[in-house]
Design a protein around this ligand. Structure first.
Ligand SMILES: Cc1cc2nc3c(=O)[nH]c(=O)nc-3n(C[C@H](O)[C@H](O)[C@H](O)COP(=O)(O)O)c2cc1C
Length: 303
């Protein structure tokens, strides 16, 4: 997730267990092949065999509409160690959509086919090509055409965020539509959207008919959610356990990010955690206007 699930958070979340693989933030592909440093910046795990420290493989995500450039960048990302390629057809950002990227592509099933097929043909057969889409742009009228175009293009897996672009992030996620997609395609379908708890996971499986899910914000709010889904364990982790992760995260970003960015990243995560943990809510009120990092550090250590 761009600006959120970066290398630091991916390291911490995957270390809690339960993830088969994870996806990088997207590389915005315009019309050319990028130098290697672009891939290393977005996905530093490529310097670690394409895995997080605990061994979870990372797949580079590409976003763009120029099939030639998408194919060339896909090939390079895989050469550098990416665990397959994920193609983003879901991003709702106006800037991205204006330039024919992300969810804007959902208006044109033929373009989805062209892009997936170009990426597929650029990569060895054993390399996974997955695509992530929404239910549609304004509505679901092209939903099945889009899903079939992605499959026909040669994708080996498909993740669907169960909302249209127009629906943004407004609840609920429409898991029932995923069942329609599942019956129209023959490749694995990964359900996504509003899985916040183990109970949500079961409800999504029952409604969509697929057992594979992608966790986004749910894993940011409940870092052990993937692992608890595996164990069917409903109870949220204790705040003190999560607070230790937060302290670990803070020391990690303090070592690597520019000082001006650290406070914002910390607050961003606490802002997610407070939706689940009352102690994080209290911490949030203490840190939200604080800019001095020694003070922030004292506050999270005392929380
Ligand atoms: C801040 C933020 C950044 C995101 N960036 C990406 C991205 O780079 N690529 C992507 O495929 N989806 C991205 N998404 C969408 C999520 O992957 C996911 O589809 C969406 O949040 C719904 O799932 P959730 O309810 O589990 O969060 C982003 C979402 C958020 C909130």
């Amino acid at each position: 997730m761009e600006g959120l699930a970066d290398v630091h958070l991916r390291r911490l979340l995957t270390a809690q267990g339960g993830f088969d693989w994870a996806v990088s933030e997207f590389v915005r592909v315009v019309d050319r092949a990028y130098p290697d440093r672009v891939f290393y910046n977005i996905c530093p795990e490529l310097l670690n065999g394409g895995k997080t420290d605990c061994g979870t493989p990372i797949r580079v995500q590409l976003l763009g509409s120029d099939s030639g450039a998408m194919a060339e960048n896909a090939r390079r990302a895989v050469e550098l160690g990416s665990y397959g390629i994920d193609i983003n057809f879901g991003c709702p950002s106006k800037t991205v959509n204006r330039r024919q990227g992300g969810a804007a592509m959902l208006k044109e099933p033929d373009s989805l086919y062209r892009i997936v097929n170009a990426v597929r043909r650029a990569l060895p057969q054993q390399i996974t090509v997955s695509a992530k889409m929404r239910l549609g742009y304004d509505d679901v009228s092209l939903m099945l055409d889009n899903a079939c175009a992605i499959e026909a293009g040669g994708a080996t897996e498909m993740t669907v965020h169960a909302r249209t672009r127009l629906q943004g992030y407004a609840p609920p996620a429409h898991w029932d539509e995923l069942a329609r997609i599942k019956s129209a395609i023959n490749i694995p379908l990964i359900a996504n959207g509003d899985i916040w708890t183990v109970e949500d996971y079961h409800a999504c499986v029952a409604t969509s008919g697929t057992t594979d899910v992608m966790l986004g914000r749910g894993a940011v709010r409940s870092p052990d959610l993937a692992s608890r889904i595996r164990q069917n364990k409903m109870t949220e982790a204790q705040w003190q356990v999560v607070r230790h992760l937060l302290i670990d995260f803070w020391h990690d970003i303090r070592k690597t990010l520019p000082e001006k960015d650290c406070a914002g990243r910390l607050k961003q995560w606490v802002n997610h955690l407070r939706k689940v943990h009352p102690d994080a809510e209290a911490l949030w009120h203490e840190i939200r206007t604080e800019k001095q990092w020694p003070k922030l550090e004292r506050l999270i250590e005392a929380a």
